[in-house]
Design a protein around this ligand. Structure first.
Ligand SMILES: [Zn+2]
Length: 363
């Protein structure tokens, strides 16, 4: 009997230890941003007052009403972002629906891109970063921190439509590849697919001159890298949602958001089809800033009310499936860096303070 007890206690300890060990499942992380995409469309779908305004609908409200209109916000958002409102809402968590009291805000006082991305990746506000033309980011980002961890070294890559990411992520010193705007993809040894992407990129329409490419190129570059090089940490930064909004093109803005949703689906389906990634990969999706409302939807910055309001979504094996968060919460952008680190079982430390992780996103 005594022997049996000893064995039973042994088994219990073993099970307890295995359980503790099993709590950390995320081995890979994919971070995705779509620049300045409003929480209003994420949670409510197409805004009919903007869509009906001839200043913004590019003379084609029939097209967007047919494609994205429905009576309720729940139906509309599902038409605009079908993957977010099917798979992510059933398996992950989505924050930022202010109509339900779920608030997410940027902490920095500027409410535009470089300060926002720096806040996301540094977990900290550096108020000296007050321009999109700011020099190379002097603050250590989470991605650089991860590149110093043996598990992640040389397993990190970033793809961005906007060339400013060279400075935001400190391309000269960060130690991992940053492919932005019209950079060629594939390095010294491009695959046939990468060669084709490079040729098409060179010949593509440049609505924003050399500053930014169309998102479709960033997506295909990142997907090819994911399939060929199997990174453990991948960052993808789309830009069209912000650019079309600045131009007052609501139709193009909605289409860019719809593409973004489709590409997240493509990424997730690929990840879940590969043994290296399946049920070992977390997805973190957010934005750098919000935008105004009414006629001010096109703009953002500290003078545009509400453009400090953002949203985020997370899905993966360590995140409880709470869906759309409906309880009053206040979360800040500076918490994302430590939250992403915590999904990987790490504590992000840097020369600057790092804000706390969001505890609810981890089991
Ligand atoms: Zn902008």
């Amino acid at each position: 009997m005594k022997k049996f007890k000893t064995i039973a206690v042994g088994i219990a300890i073993f099970l307890f230890a295995t359980n503790c060990f099993a709590q950390q499942k995320t081995e890979n992380i994919i971070v995705i941003t779509t620049d300045g995409f409003r929480w209003q469309e994420v949670f409510g779908g197409m805004d009919s007052s903007i869509a009906n305004n001839h200043k913004f609908n590019q003379g084609d409200s029939t097209f967007i009403f047919k494609k994205y209109w429905a009576e309720t916000p729940e139906e509309r958002r599902k038409k605009l972002l079908p993957f977010v409102w099917s798979t992510i809402v059933s398996k992950g968590q989505i924050y930022g629906n202010r109509n339900l009291g779920s608030k997410v805000n940027v902490t920095n006082p500027y409410w535009f891109s470089y300060p926002g991305y720096s806040e996301i990746f540094c977990g900290h506000v550096d108020t000296a970063i007050n321009s999109n033309d700011y020099k190379n980011n002097p603050n250590t980002t989470l991605l650089t921190f991860l590149n110093h961890q043996p598990k992640f070294k040389n397993r990190i890559a970033a793809f961005a439509a906007w060339s400013a990411f060279d400075r935001i992520l400190n391309k000269p010193d960060c130690g991992f590849p940053v492919t932005s705007a019209f950079d060629k993809t594939g390095g010294q040894n491009p695959s046939a697919k990468e060669n084709l992407i490079n040729k098409m990129l060179e010949d593509s329409y440049r609505p924003w001159d050399d500053d930014e490419c169309l998102d479709v190129f960033t997506q295909y570059e990142a997907m090819e890298y994911l399939q060929k090089r199997k990174p453990k940490v991948l960052y993808i930064a789309y830009g069209e949602t912000d650019d079309w909004a600045h131009g007052g093109h609501y139709k193009d803005y909605l289409e860019a958001a719809h593409h973004f949703d489709k590409w997240v689906k493509d990424i997730w389906n690929y990840v879940q089809s590969q043994p290296q990634y399946k049920n070992k990969t977390s997805l973190f999706i957010t934005v750098d800033h919000g935008r105004g409302t009414g006629d001010e939807w096109t703009s953002h910055g500290s003078k545009i009310e509400g453009s400090n309001q953002i949203w985020f979504a997370v899905m993966g094996p360590d995140t409880p499936a709470k869906g759309e968060v409906k309880t009053p919460t206040q979360i800040f952008q500076k918490q994302f860096a430590q939250t992403i680190a915590s999904l990987l079982g790490l504590q992000f430390t840097a020369e600057h303070p790092v804000a706390n992780a969001i505890s609810a996103i981890k089991k």
